[in-house]
Every structure is written in structure tokens, then in C-alpha cells.
Design a protein around this ligand. Structure first.
Ligand SMILES: [Zn+2]
Length: 398
């Protein structure tokens, strides 16, 4: 158990026990890629007038291993909100930790324990125009509310405040184009409620064609590019419905922050020798590319946050049917996410993930030709079109 020796002492054994439960729950949620990717998601508990909230840039998965939570005076946050001022920074000696970007939201929720996750299943509903109607059936009988998309931070806190004024019994919030918030009197209740929500919103992912073996072979010749082992990830390239969805825009802020405003989708005919040229002239070198009909390739510099976001994006779009009316982030919303504050957020996230952190991705395989030629060009050194009889090797992860 991590010692918070420099932090305010908890007033009683009961409080310490509750805090330990939060660490336990946080660590468990943080290890579930269907709920939390990299260091997104945040949890909190209110004890003795102090809001203990996940620190910005920290991973829930490490909650039991390292100092992950920071104490913030609850009354001070509420006072700041009333006065439209910034949330006070913590002043912990020798600690650089700062409270999560969602601190204001956690503060306005009256519940003892609050959990915010980027649940893949919830997001697959939260990006739909008809999300509220679809969830009405699935979440019937629960105290839930839909929160139309607003940026993280104070705008989201204000939106939640407004909903609570009308429906104070709410303990489940589905955040449009964002994720899920579940609250309750203790960790046990919140854990049970989260499981119940997850059970009800679960979607079986669509099977997808296998990645193209030729792409794997071609990539094995590159020193900088890898062909990830994770078979399911390649659906981003091989599944026509997923590609169609992704071409139309940005579905949620994490996609934008970690994968960019426009996903890199290469035609299958781009020769390997041109991959480098393809990216030349861009402000930032690409860390991944989706190869149309082929699969996904990742650069050696990809970090864990980017890689996990890419996997989650695949999990989301594989759960969205062709006919679903989707709500993409607007240009204004995209500009707002890319504005200064969120860039700082990304930097704090990236601080925990050095380049290459995601590169447990092998590039095995025998040598092959060096081009990703147009399908059907015949040579052994080319990629074949996705085989019609490829069959799916994907099985639902849940
Ligand atoms: Zn979030």
C-alpha cells in the first residue's frame, strides 16, 4: 500500500479504510482496457471535507503502487466555482501532482464516491444522435441522465450541476461523445452500479476480416514500423464500416488528443519506400497509419497512450452499426479541445509515457517485397486484397 506520508492524515480508521477501498477500486478499473485507457478516467472520494481526486497525468492502474491521489479542499473548489475562478492548485510540499482536469465535476457531485471512466461500450452509445433514446430502454429503472457534449473541466461541472438541480437522485451520467460517470455512497455501491451499467450497455463487436499477411511481411522489413500482434486492432484497416465511420470526423476528445484531428488512412497501394515521404512535411511525424483493407501499422515512436487510444477506438467503432446516426465533434468543439488547456493536459498525460512505451509490437516474419502495391498486381511482393473468405478470428472481448 502506498504511503501518503506528506498528505493530511485521515481522521479515523474508518476513513483510512474507505480510502484504501478507493485505491483498490481505482487500480482494478485502471487495469480494464474496456473502461480506462492509458491514464484517462478518474475517481474520487470525499472525506472530512477533503476531495481526494486522481492527479492529472497519473494512471488509475498504479493507484496502489504510487501516489496517485491529491487532496483538495472541497469548500475552496465550490467557492472558486461560485466565483467563476480557477480551481485552486494543491500545495503539497515536494509534490508536483495537480488534481485531475475533472476535479470540478467530482466536487459538484454530492456523492461520497465518484468514478469517471471511458467505457468503450458506453462511448459506442454516447457518440450516437439517438443515444438517449437507445439508452432509455437499456438503462430503464436506473437513475441516469444524458449529458450532451461539453468540454471537460468547468463546463462539464456546470452541466452536471444543472442536471442535479432537476434530478438530484441521478447517480449515472452518460457523457455525450465522452464517457460515463457513476456515483454512490461507497466504493462497493459504485462498483456494483458500474457493473450493472456495463452489463446493460454491452455490445458485441462486429467481426472483421483478417489483416493482410503481405502487409505484415512488408512491415517486417522496416526498422521503424511495426505490424502489431493484436489481431483485433487491424479491424481499423480491414473493416469497411469502421473506416467509413472514422473518415467522417472525430468521435470524442481522446481520439482527437492522441490520434489527431484526421486519422492517417493510407491506400493499400502506397509503396513502403514512400511511407517516409508520405509523412514528410507534416508538423508532427505520424505514430501510426491505418492501411485501407490491410490493417494497422505503428511507428516505433508510438507511445502507450496513443496505442491504447487506438485500440479503444477500434473497440468503439466495431460496436457501431452502419445505420447508426452518429454525432461527431463540431469544428468549434475540436478547436476548443485543441486549445491551450487541453494541450497542457496531453503533455501531462504524455509525461508518463515515453516514446516506444507501446512497442511490445513484434515485427517478425519472413522477408517480402518492399511495396504495398495495388491489390491484384500479382507479384509476390505485393499485398493481396483482403480475402473474401478470410473469416473472422475476432471474438468478443467481453
Ligand atoms: Zn473523461
Amino acid at each position: 500500500m502506498v504511503k501518503h506520508s506528506r498528505l493530511p492524515k485521515l481522521s479515523s480508521g474508518a476513513c483510512e479504510k474507505e480510502f484504501a477501498s478507493l485505491l483498490e477500486l481505482s487500480a482494478r478499473l485502471g487495469c480494464d482496457p474496456m473502461l480506462v485507457q492509458a491514464n484517462n478516467g478518474n475517481t474520487s472520494i470525499k472525506l472530512d471535507g477533503i476531495l481526494w481526486i486522481k492527479a492529472s497525468g497519473k494512471c488509475l492502474a498504479n493507484a496502489k503502487r504510487e501516489q496517485t491521489f491529491v487532496p483538495v479542499d472541497l469548500a475552496a473548489i465550490k467557492e472558486s466555482l461560485r466565483n467563476n475562478m480557477e480551481i485552486p492548485r494543491t500545495n503539497i510540499p515536494e509534490s508536483q501532482l495537480q488534481p485531475s482536469i475533472e476535479t470540478a465535476m467530482h466536487a459538484v457531485l454530492p456523492h461520497h464516491v465518484v468514478v469517471h471512466v471511458h467505457s468503450v461500450n458506453t462511448i459506442a452509445w454516447a457518440i450516437r444522435e439517438d443515444g438517449p433514446r437507445q439508452l432509455n430502454k437499456r438503462l430503464a429503472g436506473l437513475y441516469w441522465q444524458w449529458v450532451p457534449y461539453v468540454p471537460s473541466g468547468i463546463p462539464l461541472a456546470r452541466q452536471i450541476e444543472g442536471i442535479l438541480r432537476e434530478a438530484p437522485e441521478t447517480n449515472i451520467f452518460v457523457l455525450g461523445n465522452h464517457g460515463l460517470v457513476v456515483c454512490g455512497r461507497d466504493c462497493e455501491c459504485v462498483d456494483a452500479l458500474l457493473r450493472e451499467v456495463e452489463r446493460r450497455v454491452a455490445i458485441t463487436p462486429r467481426p472483421s476480416p483478417e489483416p493482410v499477411a503481405g502487409l505484415f511481411a512488408v512491415m517486417s522489413r522496416s526498422s521503424q514500423w511495426r505490424f502489431p500482434d493484436l489481431q483485433a486492432l487491424h479491424a481499423l484497416g480491414t473493416d469497411a464500416i469502421s473506416r467509413m465511420i472514422l473518415r467522417k470526423g472525430v468521435l470524442y476528445p481522446c481520439q482527437l488528443i492522441f490520434l489527431g484531428p484526421k486519422l492517417t488512412i493510407l491506400p493499400c497501394s502506397v509503396p513502403l519506400s514512400r511511407l517516409a515521404d508520405y509523412f514528410t512535411g507534416r508538423a508532427e511525424a505520424q505514430s501510426y497509419a491505418i492501411v485501407e483493407g490491410g490493417g494497422v501499422i505503428v511507428n516505433e515512436k508510438i507511445n502507450r497512450a496513443e496505442y491504447e487510444t487506438l485500440i479503444a477506438l477500434m473497440q468503439v467503432v466495431q460496436r457501431v452499426e452502419t445505420s447508426a446516426p452518429l454525432r461527431y465533434l463540431t469544428e468549434t468543439e475540436i478547436s476548443s479541445v485543441l486549445a491551450d488547456g487541453t494541450h497542457r493536459y496531453r503533455e501531462s498525460v504524455m509525461a508518463g509515457y515515453p516514446p516506444g512505451a507501446g512497442s511490445t509490437l513484434s515485427a517478425r516474419g519472413s522477408g517480402a517485397g518492399s511495396t504495398l502495391s495495388p491489390p491484384g498486381s500479382g507479384a509476390g511482393s505485393t499485398l493481396s486484397p483482403p480475402g473474401s473468405g478470410a473469416g473472422s478470428t475476432l471474438s468478443p472481448p467481453d
